[in-house]
Design a protein around this ligand. Structure first.
Ligand SMILES: O=P(O)(O)OC[C@H]1O[C@H](OP(=O)(O)O)[C@H](O)[C@@H]1O
Ligand SMILES: O=c1cc[nH]c(=O)[nH]1
Length: 512
C-alpha cells in the first residue's frame, strides 16, 4: 500500500490519476487496476498515469467524481493505493466471446464488477459485443436478469397489483409512455415506471420526461411518489434500481445495438425490481425496427412471457406497427408537446392515440378493470374525459415540474429547414434509421429543441413543392450537420403511383 494525498477532480469520470513516479512505486502502468482506501471506504479504479508533474505533484492522487462517490473525500485526506490483479470477470467475458454458456455465478460476477466500476469501458463493450454475436440462452437471460436486480434496490408495495409497461424501442417518435402511464393511473392502478434514455433512437422516455420535470430519483423516492400520486415516470439510471442496466446501455448507445438477451434482461429486471405483477410489452415490428418480422415478434413475445413465468410476473405482449414513426414528431420538445396536446384533448395523430389506448387497454384488461376486449375503449374514454391529463399533471407535480405546462411551452429549435416534395406523388417510404440519424445529427436528444416534424406520412399524397418534413435544431451548425445527413440518406421517398406506362402504336385519326 502506498499512502498519497487524495485530490478530488471535479470531472464526472471514474478512475485514479497518478503521478508517474507514484505509479512506479505502486507498480502500475497506465490502464492497470488499483484499489483505493479511505479509512473504511474502498473503491476499485483504473489508474491513469500523468507525466505532467505540475498537474499532479508526486505524493498526490487525483480522484474522479464517480470513484469519489465510494470514497467520499473532501480533498486532502490521506488515501492508500495498491495494485490489484485483473478482475475475475474478464475470463467469463472471454468465455462469452468464444461462444460459451455463462453460469449464474459467472454472470453475477460480471454484473457485480460492472456495477462497482471494476470493469473498464473496453471490457464492458467486449461483454456486450460477445452477447450480441453469440447470444444468451433463456437460462443465461434469467441469470442476467436476477443479477441485475440483486445488485440494485427493489421496491415493495403493500397493495397490489402493480402494473407496468415497457417498449423494446426501435421505432422513432414512440412517446406512448407519456399517455399510457397516466391512463393506467386514471383507472386506479399503480404504475412506478422507470425508463432508460435513448438506446438506438433519438429520444428515450427518460429524455422526454426530463423536459417536463426532474427524472433522477432514488428507489425510495419512486416508491413514495407512487404511493402518493399513483405513479411516476423516472430515469432508471438514477434510481439504483437495476444499476447495471444503465451502465450497459451507455455502451450500446454509440453502437446503436440492443442485443436480444440484454434487451430481455434489461426490460424485465426493471419490471421485477419495481415489484410489477402485470406487465405489457410493446414490440414494434418493421423493416428498420429491432424486430423485422411478425414471426420474430411472436418469438420475442414468447421469450418475454417465459422470462415473466420464471420470475413470477404475468406478461402480455403487443406486436405493434413499427414501419414508420409513431405520430408526427421526433425529438424531445416536439414529442412531449405532441403527447400533451393529446392529453389536453387537442387534435393529434390518430396512430399515436390508437397505439397508446391499445397498450393501456391491455393493462386494464389484465388488471380486471374491464372485460376482455373492452380495454381500448375504456382507455380512450379515460383519455377523452381529461382524467389521464389530471394524472399526468399529478406526475409532473410530484416530480417537481410545473403541472400547468402547455404544449406551447415546449418549442422546437430556432433553426429549421423544411424539405419539400420534389414531385407530386405518394410518400412511399420513410426510413426510420435514417430519420433517427438525422435527428441525432440535429442534436437530439441532448438539445431539447432538436428533432423532426412530419407534415406528411407514408401513404399520403403530396403535391410538388408541398412540405414533407421540417428539421429543427437549437444550434445552426447542428442543423447543417442534419442537412448533410439528410442529403446523404434521403430518408423519405415520394413516387407517383404509376409504375410504368407502355406506349402503344401512334394513333392516327381516320380523317387523315
Ligand atoms: O432508443 P430506443 O432503442 O428506441 O428505445 C429506448 C426506449 O424504449 C423504452 O421505452 P419505455 O421506457 O417503455 O417508454 C426505453 O425505456 C427507452 O426509453
Ligand atoms: O429498457 C430497455 C428498452 C429496450 N432495450 C433495452 O435494453 N432496455
Amino acid at each position: 500500500m502506498v499512502r498519497l494525498s487524495g485530490k478530488v477532480i471535479d470531472i464526472e469520470y471514474r478512475g485514479l490519476l497518478l503521478n508517474r513516479d507514484d505509479a512506479r512505486t505502486i507498480g502500475v502502468l497506465d490502464g492497470d487496476r488499483v484499489e483505493v482506501v479511505n479509512e473504511e471506504k474502498k473503491a476499485a479504479a483504473q489508474a491513469f498515469v500523468t507525466t505532467t508533474a505540475t498537474m499532479l505533484p508526486q505524493g498526490t492522487a487525483g480522484v474522479y467524481q464517480v470513484t469519489n462517490r465510494k470514497l467520499q473525500l473532501d480533498g486532502g485526506e490521506a488515501i492508500e493505493v495498491r495494485a490489484v490483479g485483473r478482475p475475475a470477470s474478464i475470463d467469463f467475458i472471454k468465455k462469452k466471446m468464444d461462444g460459451g454458456k455463462l453460469s449464474m455465478e459467472e454472470t453475477q460476477s460480471i454484473v457485480r464488477e460492472i456495477v462497482d466500476n471494476t470493469l473498464s469501458p473496453g471490457e464492458i463493450s467486449a461483454y456486450i459485443v460477445g452477447t450480441y454475436i453469440n447470444g444468451l440462452d433463456m437460462d443465461e437471460i434469467e441469470y442476467l436478469t436476477r443479477s441485475t436486480v440483486s445488485t440494485g434496490e427493489q421496491l415493495s408495495f403493500a397493495s397490489h397489483p402493480i402494473v407496468d409497461k415497457h417498449s423494446i424501442g426501435g421505432v422513432p417518435g414512440n412517446k406512448i409512455t407519456l399517455l399510457v402511464v397516466p391512463i393506467i393511473m386514471a383507472a386506479g392502478l399503480k404504475c412506478p415506471k422507470t425508463s432508460s434514455r435513448a438506446i438506438t433512437g433519438a429520444g428515450g422516455t427518460a429524455d422526454l420526461m426530463e423536459a417536463l420535470a426532474p427524472v433522477a430519483f432514488t428507489a425510495s423516492e419512486l416508491q413514495t411518489m407512487t404511493e402518493k400520486a399513483g405513479g411516476a415516470i423516472v430515469w432508471g439510471g438514477a434510481t439504483n434500481i437495476a444499476p447495471a442496466d444503465d451502465k450497459i446501455i451507455l455502451y450500446e448507445y454509440p453502437l446503436k445495438i440492443d442485443p436480444h438477451g440484454q434487451m430481455l434482461a434489461s426490460v424485465m429486471a426493471k419490471k421485477f425490481a419495481v415489484g410489477a405483477d402485470l406487465v405489457v410489452i410493446d414490440i414494434p415490428v418493421g423493416r428498420d425496427a429491432k424486430v423485422t418480422s411478425i414471426e420474430d415478434g411472436r418469438k420475442l413475445a414468447r421469450d418475454f412471457m417465459e422470462l415473466g413465468d420464471r420470475l413470477g410476473m404475468k406478461v402480455e405482449c403487443a406486436l405493434t406497427y413499427g414501419e414508420t414513426p409513431i405520430g408526427r414528431s421526433l425529438g424531445v420538445n416536439l414529442e412531449v408537446a405532441e403527447a400533451l396536446t393529446i392529453l389536453k384533448g387537442g387534435t393529434a395523430p390518430d396512430s399515436l392515440i390508437q397505439k397508446s389506448a391499445a397498450i393501456a387497454g391491455i393493462a386494464l384488461e389484465m388488471a380486471g378493470k374491464v372485460q376482455a376486449g373492452a380495454g381500448t375503449e375504456a382507455a380512450l374514454s379515460l383519455l377523452s374525459s381529461g382524467k389521464a391529463d389530471l394524472m399526468m399533471q399529478k406526475i409532473i407535480e410530484i416530480q417537481g415540474g410545473d403541472p400547468g405546462v402547455k404544449p406551447e411551452d415546449l418549442p422546437p429549435g430556432n433553426h429549421s429547414f423544411t424539405v419539400n416534395a420534389p414531385e407530386t406523388g405518394y410518400v412511399v417510404e420513410m426510413n426510420n434509421r435514417a430519420l433517427i440519424t438525422i435527428a441525432r445529427a440535429a442534436g437530439a436528444p441532448h438539445d431539447h429543441g432538436a428533432g423532426l416534424s412530419f407534415h406528411k406520412k407514408q401513404g399520403q399524397h403530396v403535391k410538388k413543392g408541398e412540405p414533407i418534413f421540417t428539421i429543427y435544431a437549437d444550434r445552426s451548425w447542428r442543423l447543417q450537420k442534419a442537412l448533410e445527413e439528410g442529403r446523404r440518406l434521403m430518408p423519405i421517398a415520394v413516387e407517383g403511383m404509376l409504375i410504368d406506362r407502355v406506349p402503344g402504336n401512334r394513333w392516327r385519326s381516320p380523317m387523315h
